[in-house]
Design a protein around this ligand. Sequence first.
Ligand SMILES: *[C@@H]1O[C@H](CO)[C@@H](O)[C@H](O)[C@H]1NC(C)=O
Ligand SMILES: *[C@@H]1O[C@H](CO)[C@@H](O)[C@H](O)[C@H]1NC(C)=O
Ligand SMILES: *[C@@H]1O[C@H](CO)[C@@H](O)[C@H](O)[C@H]1NC(C)=O
Ligand SMILES: *[C@@H]1O[C@H](CO)[C@@H](O)[C@H](O)[C@H]1NC(C)=O
Length: 383
Amino acid sequence: MKLLLISAVVAALCVASSVGLDNGLGRTPQMGFNTWNHFGCNINETIIRSTVDAMIDTGLTAVGYNYINLDDCWALNRTAAGVIVADPVAFPSGIAALASYVHSKGLLFGVYSDAGTKTCAGRPGSLGYEKIDAQTYASWGVDYLKYDNCNAPADQTPMVRYPVMRDALNATGRPIFFSMCEWGDYDPAKWAAPVGNSWRTTGDVSDSWSRIITILEANEPLWKAAGPGGWNDPDMLEVGNGVLSTTEYTSHFTLWALMKAPLIIGCDVTKMTNDTLRILTNTEVIEWNQDSLGIQGHRVKRGLLSEVWMAPLANGRFAVVLFNTDPLLSAHMTVTWAELGLTAGSKYTARDVWQHKNVGLYAGTFDAQVAPKGVVAVTLVPA
Ligand SMILES: *[C@@H]1O[C@H](CO)[C@@H](O)[C@H](O)[C@H]1NC(C)=O
Ligand SMILES: *[C@@H]1O[C@H](CO)[C@@H](O)[C@H](O)[C@H]1NC(C)=O
Ligand SMILES: *[C@@H]1O[C@H](CO)[C@@H](O)[C@H](O)[C@H]1NC(C)=O
Ligand SMILES: *[C@@H]1O[C@H](CO)[C@@H](O)[C@H](O)[C@H]1NC(C)=O
């Protein structure tokens, strides 16, 4: 009896807790590509097909980027019966054919809509058309919906409008990842877990260092809300869009991965530099993001121009990031086991996930020299 009870308790503890929407999706943060950050409204089926081909040829899909998602501007209008119609000039073969192309490559396909009367770019929104739109998406083979919040009636909050689309998607019987985008306006970290698989926590990212720092600040305190099935979304990646330095993109990617952010590529993958591809395909950093515990990394220590972030990982390991926010000067940074919440006297091998090598055995403290705006990122493995 006692033994039975113990095994029941152990079994219960072993079932990974789920915070998100109960559709079986998003057990780890979603990875893929979205058109917006690079192409904006200038999208068409040729671009998507070349993107798919490039993602495969460069090895991006092999490391996990499996969703190919359209953002705004694919839809044009509705038929008299209310069925959404794709722009026939940009998508002459239709969305179903594009979805089928994506599926033929073993990948998943996403579209975009809006919980208002019109999308942000003025295309038809889904408010009042949730059921028919969800059915259309499902009939096309859509696997993912990003759902924006422009042109919404002021007297209906996202808490009212987003569950309508959730239920419409569910009623199709097709598992469709529900990516909510109400920009954090109504504190979705507090209520969105039963509604979506991810929820934007901030306004849009841009290819700007100060914007990335602002978003980090806003997303960090929400870490307890994230977990398997439902993730805080600080917006997509800007890596490869050309404004920031390789060091800045490396820090951006490392901290997004540590925060269990969706890893959605937003550059032109047909024209990546070697550094862009090297950053986006760092499997050791991707493993942090896709770790089975699903605990969002957060800041454990902050100085004037220095920050230490960490996330527990499966198998007693810890991801630790020393982040030097000084724009000009390199810094020597140290963190103690007490600051990281590790047991005093325990020993860890530090694996540098950018140098791809073990950098030593540590007991009590970890320290390193960190470049301006740079990170030193290590996995601490129990020795
Ligand atoms: C949708 O747009 C197309 C192209 O402009 C036009 O031919 C068609 O009449 C429009 N349909 C409706 C219902 O407005
Ligand atoms: C898509 O856009 C590209 C670049 O502007 C252009 O070369 C191509 O012909 C377009 N394809 C379609 C189907 O509009
Ligand atoms: C619909 O919701 C139910 C109840 O939460 C869930 O069990 C089911 O898996 C969902 N189905 C789809 C297709 O999302
Ligand atoms: C980029 O990588 C390719 C393949 O490894 C190599 O041939 C090429 O020289 C590299 N380009 C630069 C600018 O380093």
